[in-house]
Design a protein around this ligand. Structure first.
Ligand code: APR
Length: 240
């Protein structure tokens, strides 16, 4: 049994896949970490120091994400499911993949649509609604965004790594691959898999990946069309 299964596709996405839906990235010009200090709004220290500021930061992002619409890249990724077994591993906290129709989405950095008790860890869905100070979970713990902040443990990492290790095709889109351990997932992809990375800029494209230099809505539909044309037969990746 080859290590990779041509019917299995892993998509690994970052904020760049939602950029053309109007949601900000982090490190591009105009990105969130150019406007805010992540230590203040995306860390346990920031939460301890000024929880109201952190709530407001995520309430605004949750509102923006709810207003945004999936774009042609999200839709093309969802279309792959008609011919392949697809898992979307995303660093994004918006739900645009789900709203485009992807049915298996693994959020390694949490989700805006959920809150959790700061001490209980009890999760509850909030959808697009803001979370306020004084709002508590069923066990009386203050509700906080269900987001993985810097210094907190990334979610579903081993599950995600397993998906990469069995993939026959891997598409990385819209991530600078600069935040670990999530970025290390790309190294779990089999050498023989067909591996493509889509971004207009990349400091260091991952080894073994074909770099399509461009925007998600231009490049992702092209990769998807090629994979759908090839069908779930043997991937056209590098020989074993
Ligand atoms: N189409 C495709 N890629 C794009 C587009 C676009 N229209 N616009 C920007 N990009 C690319 C940029 O070139 C960059 O490579 O998206 C990437 C965005 O990188 P970052 O801003 O670093 O975002 P991301 O990689 O998702 O950050 C990872 O960092 O702060 C944490 O938790 C946060 O999940 C986030 C993680």
């Amino acid at each position: 049994m080859p290590s990779h299964d041509p019917r299995r596709i892993v998509i690994f996405s970052g904020s760049g896949v939602s950029a053309e839906s109007g949601l900000p990235t982090f490190r591009d010009s105009g990105g969130l970490w150019r406007q805010y200090a992540w230590e203040e709004v995306a860390s346990p220290e920031g939460w301890r120091k000024h929880p109201g500021v952190v709530q407001a930061f995520y309430n605004e992002r949750r509102h923006q994400a709810a207003e945004a619409q999936p774009n042609a890249a999200h839709r093309a990724i969802a279309e792959l499911e008609k011919s392949f077994d697809v898992v979307v591993v995303t660093q994004n906290v918006d739900d645009l993949h789900e709203r485009a129709g992807s049915t298996k989405v693994v959020h390694v950095h949490g989700e805006l649509a959920f809150a959790r008790g700061e001490h209980s860890g009890l999760r509850q869905r909030v959808g697009a609604a803001p979370i306020h100070m004084g709002q508590r979970c069923a066990q009386g713990s203050q509700l906080r965004p269900d987001i993985v902040w810097f210094g907190e443990s990334v979610r579903h990492l081993e599950e995600a790594r397993a998906y990469f290790s069995e993939a026959g095709r891997v598409l990385v889109v819209g991530t600078s691959l600069s935040v670990f351990p999530a970025a290390s997932l790309v190294h779990a992809a089999p050498a023989a898999a067909d591996k493509v990375v889509v971004a207009p800029e990349l400091d260091s494209p991952p080894a073994g990946f074909d770099w399509m230099r461009g925007k998600a809505t231009e490049c992702v539909p092209q990769v998807v069309a090629r994979w759908l044309r090839e069908g779930a037969g043997a991937s056209q990746g590098q020989p074993e």
